[in-house]
Design a binder for this molecule. Structure first.
Ligand code: GBH
Length: 466
């Protein structure tokens, strides 16, 4: 059997987030968070808060080397700031001990969208104070847990938190204002910078951030990326790329906002919220950039199109559907875009080490008495791993790959209907059952690679040896 292997020491694992799995939203002094009330479904989720030993055992059985989880800010600071709640930190203390005993390396994310309600009531992310409170929170967590966590990610996908939370309002806290979305994005960037400084002072070994990077292209480029674009389409692609990708990459990694984005920010929000010195703070050197990749953004110029509220400044741009296979969410499956984006990041931001911190898909799984059959998820992950491998072969510095996600969970605005897990969860009984994809992924990890499907064409030597 021939194996398409990954580099030695390549890190395999899974990612989760606190609000989506923990439940226990009022246990041990946790304060309310913006998603508690916003989520229509009950927030018991996977009751991971009580069942973490079983979940760690599952990961151990699957051979995971790494586990990325997020810390719930409202467990640590029930009021968002002020007095810490030691009982909240105790949970992560127990979780880390369990992980280390199982030989699994923890990667901690400090903010995966669950802002303490008290901070939202005080102004939320449009308020600059939230960034300062984040730094205090980061320091408190690292002081307590830093002896067992090596790699700290400040924020997960600030684009989603800012533009779906404060722009389109489909995420908590559900505000709908372009100005607030841009201000939130800037304050999240500032929180990242201040948080990175606080983590360093508290002794963090490695610091990073996680961005959702989406390659932007026209429908015709999906099958032929090299294709020439009209001036109008090229401008449409660049504008969406500035909003989704470069708005975060450039401040963090180059200490500047993209020149083509500043006028867009200014029109919606003015520029007063961007203060002297902010960009130096935001551009703290970091050790690792986490990339979450799901699907490309496919757009074209269309003069009559109004702006999409999640993309303020996108007037004249149409978001297109394309005739590819899609996940149950309707997201186009385009594995090549993963290599494309990794080549691009490696070219344009050559100094940073990368990790795929999320990649995965929701499908309608076939649940039977003898197992949970999810061929489509296996194909999805396998194709993306092939794309990843080819980018690594071309020199992309990708250190690891984490599947989104371990468990079927609370998928934000979509509730419990969306299934992204390698492990099926029965939300009536909380019973966990491994899907076929979990067992398949275990074998990938064991082999540190994929089984070559295409038989190798015989070479002169092998023909002569017959
Ligand atoms: C991640 O977000 C989250 O980090 C994770 O918590 C979540 O459970 C997981 O993905 C699955 O959703 O919205 O139709 O325009 C990913 C968010 C997904 C936002 C793709 C942009 C583009 C398609 N991104 N989405 S669409």
């Amino acid at each position: 059997m021939s194996i398409a292997s990954f580099p030695e020491g390549f890190v395999w694992g899974v990612s989760t987030s606190a609000f989506q799995i923990e439940g226990a939203t009022s246990a041990d002094g946790r304060g309310p968070a913006i998603w508690d009330a916003f989520s229509a479904d009950r927030a018991e989720a996977c009751d991971h808060y009580h069942r973490y030993p079983e979940d760690v055992q599952l990961m151990k059985d699957l051979g995971m080397a790494a586990y990325r989880f997020s810390v719930s800010w409202a467990r640590v600071f029930p009021e968002g700031a002020g007095k810490a709640n030691p009982a909240g930190l105790d949970f992560y203390d127990r979780l880390l001990d369990e992980l280390l005993a199982a030989g699994i390396t923890p990667y901690a994310t400090l903010y995966h969208w669950d802002l303490p309600q008290a901070l939202e009531d005080a102004g939320g992310w449009p308020s600059r104070d939230t960034a300062r409170h984040f730094a205090d929170y980061a320091a408190a967590v690292c002081e307590r847990l830093g002896d067992r966590v090596d790699t700290w990610f400040t924020l997960n996908e600030p684009w989603v938190a800012a533009f779906l939370g404060y722009g389109s309002g489909i995420h908590a806290p559900g505000r709908k204002s372009a100005a607030e979305a841009f201000k939130s994005a800037h304050h999240m960037l500032l929180a990242h910078g201040l948080g990175a400084q606080a983590l360093r002072s508290a002794g963090a070994a490695k610091v990073g951030a996680v961005l959702n990077i989406s390659p932007v292209m026209t429908p015709a480029q999906v099958s032929d990326f090299g294709r020439e674009l009209s001036e109008e389409d090229a401008e449409a692609v660049a504008r969406i790329d500035a909003l989704v990708n470069r708005q975060f990459l450039d401040p963090m990694l180059r200490g500047e906002y993209p020149a083509d984005l500043l006028p867009i920010i200014e029109r919606s929000a003015g520029l007063n919220h961007i203060q002297e010195g902010d960009l130096e703070t935001i551009a703290q050197p970091i050790d690792l950039l986490g990339i979450n990749y799901y699907t490309p953004s496919v757009v074209q110029a269309q003069p009559s199109e109004p702006a999409d509220p999640a993309f303020p400044g996108s007037e004249g741009i149409l978001f297109c559907t394309i005739p590819t296979a899609v996940t149950a969410m309707g997201w186009p499956i385009v594995p090549n875009c993963l290599s494309l984006l990794l080549r691009r990041i490696s070219r344009e931001y050559p100094d940073i080490e990368l990790m795929i911190t999320e990649n995965g898909a929701d499908f309608v799984d076939v649940v039977t008495g003898d197992g949970i059959h999810d061929m489509e998820r296996i194909s999805f992950i396998e194709e993306h791993l092939r794309a990843l491998r080819s980018a690594i072969a071309d020199g992309a510095r990708v250190r690891g790959y984490l599947v989104w996600t371990l468990l079927d969970n609370l998928e934000w605005a979509d509730g419990y209907q969306r299934k992204f897990g390698l492990v099926h969860v029965d939300f009536g009984t909380q019973r966990r059952r491994m899907k076929d994809s979990a067992l398949w992924y275990r074998d990938v990890i064991r082999r540190n690679g994929l089984v070559e499907t295409r038989p190798k064409r015989p070479t002169l030597e092998t023909v002569a040896a017959r």
